[in-house]
Design a protein around this ligand. Sequence first.
Ligand SMILES: Nc1ncnc2c1ncn2[C@@H]1O[C@H](COP(=O)(O)OP(=O)(O)O)[C@@H](O)[C@H]1O
Ligand SMILES: [Mg+2]
Length: 323
Amino acid sequence: MEHLLDIKNLSVEFALRTGNLCAVRDVSLSLDSGERLGLVGESGAGKSVLGFSIINLISKPGFISGGEVIFKGDDISKYSYEKMRRIRGNRISMIFQDPMMTLNPVLTVGTQMKETLKAHMKISDKEATEICIDKLKKVYIPSPEKRLEQYPHEFSGGMRQRIVVAISLLTNPNLIIADEPTTALDVTIQAEIMDLLLELCETENMGLILITHDLAVVSEVTQRIAVLYAGRVVEIGPTETIIANPQHPYTQGLIKALPECAPGTRLNQIPGMMPSLKDMPDGCPFSPRCEFKSPRCESEIPPLRETISGGFVACFEREVKRG
Ligand SMILES: Nc1ncnc2c1ncn2[C@@H]1O[C@H](COP(=O)(O)OP(=O)(O)O)[C@@H](O)[C@H]1O
Ligand SMILES: [Mg+2]
């Protein structure tokens, strides 16, 4: 079966005065229709750059330096700006940490929702209003007719993020990329927004790529997890398998010492630092911090290989399935 999204050997670089910096390296992953994938990894791992590169929103000095992003059978990484604009905010929506990245403070919610709709389809004002009200109901905003007349500042943080979710639903997308969508909100509101996203993905059969620091959120919302380290996927597999039995020493470090997955549980901090992307070690990027490393790890980059527990891991020191 064809996947909804197939990222193949994607690399993203930033052309800096001091030389090129590779923020995403040779990443391959796929997502089926309606599937929910979590992207985790510490700050600077390349999660946001990967998210943006899927919708071809990397701006200078960044550029996609290799690979493909196949969405519904087409390589959208090679699309023109115009063609991509029609995909973005239409078939693929993005939700950011700060709702004000999406919302225009000087327009009413109704005006901007209707503008979004009209940019993508030919409809009357009345039809547009009806769709907007319908979407606001889907995100459980009370008195939607009245709310359409209001400006973003008249909403609370949680309500604003609900509006953003409603906007992302306007064009019935197949895929939502959510980059730490609840980090700026308090814990109870975070849980409400995540429940809402989960419900919508299920009822609307939308795929979700969820970038998050919150382990409770990934385990609740996603079916698979990809762990990013220094721009590479170092482990990927079913969420339960990875949480219960992480294979990569880096994933083990992130997940260990967590008493339970209470809401707001953040990934563990691991001693040491991620190597500078400008100055990557030979071999495994995690080797300088790894307590299990062997000499081979310092000279060769481990490829992703299938583990006996059902995921894939990029580590020479793990037992893998023999093929
Ligand atoms: N605009 C930029 N210019 C130069 N380098 C960048 C830029 N954006 C991101 N990077 C590089 O890419 C790395 C990954 O960034 P990012 O994807 O934002 O990390 P995160 O996993 O925290 O979302 C950063 O550590 C930085 O080195
Ligand atoms: Mg980020």
